[in-house]
Design a protein around this ligand. Structure first.
Ligand code: DAT
Ligand code: MG
Length: 156
C-alpha cells in the first residue's frame, strides 16, 4: 500500500477575492483527496512570518507577508496517497506562465506575486505548516470516500 500523507494547502487572498474557492477545492476533491480540515481566516502577522520563515531576508519577503494578509485565506489540510507531491503537481509551478496547462496556477493565475494557491513542499514542511494554522482536534480523521471505495474493492 502506498503512503498516505497530509499536506497544508491555502487558497491565497487573490483566489478568495476572485471567487475561485469552489473551483480550487473541486480539483482536490475530484482527485479523491480528503479535505481533513478547512477554515477561512485572516492570517496574522505571527502566522505569516512562521509560514514564510524560509524566505526571510529575500527581496520579495516583505511583499509576500503583506500579500498573504491582504484578505481572507482558506486554509486546508488535504490528505491522500503521496499528497504532498500530488498537490504540488495539481498546483503547478510557482511562476504561473511556466506552470503546466491544466494546473491551478496555469489555469487561474498570471503572475508569481498572485499565484492563487499554496501547497507544502515536503512532509516536514506540511507538519510544520499545519501546526501554524490548525489544532489537532480540528482535523477530521475519518476515512474518505476514496479509501472506503478501495476497501470495498478489496484488492490490496
Ligand atoms: P511555492 O509557493 O511554489 O512553494 P516558494 O516557496 O519558492 O514557491 O515561494 C513562496 C511564494 O513567494 C511564491 O508562491 C511566490 C513568492 N516568490 C517566490 N520566489 C519569488 C521571487 N523570486 N520573486 C517574487 N516572489 C517570489
Ligand atoms: Mg513554498
Amino acid at each position: 500500500m502506498t503512503e498516505r500523507e497530509r499536506t497544508f494547502v491555502a487558497i491565497k487572498p487573490d483566489g478568495v477575492q476572485r471567487g475561485l474557492i469552489g473551483d480550487i477545492v473541486k480539483r482536490f476533491e475530484q482527485k479523491g483527496y480528503k479535505i481533513s480540515a478547512m477554515k477561512m481566516l485572516k492570517v496574522t502577522d505571527e502566522q505569516a512570518r512562521a509560514h514564510y520563515a524560509e524566505h526571510e531576508g529575500k527581496p520579495f519577503y516583505p511583499r509576500l507577508i503583506k500579500y498573504i494578509q491582504s484578505g481572507p485565506v482558506v486554509a486546508m489540510v488535504v490528505e491522500g496517497v503521496n499528497a504532498v507531491a500530488g498537490v504540488r503537481h495539481l498546483m503547478g509551478a510557482t511562476k504561473p506562465d511556466e506552470a503546466d496547462v491544466g494546473t491551478i496556477r496555469a489555469d487561474y493565475a498570471q503572475e508569481m506575486g498572485y499565484n492563487v494557491v499554496h501547497g507544502s513542499d515536503s512532509v516536514e514542511s506540511a507538519q510544520r505548516e499545519i501546526k501554524i494554522y490548525f489544532n489537532e482536534n480540528e482535523i477530521y480523521s475519518g476515512k474518505s470516500a476514496y479509501e472506503l471505495g478501495n476497501e470495498y474493492l478489496n484488492v490490496d
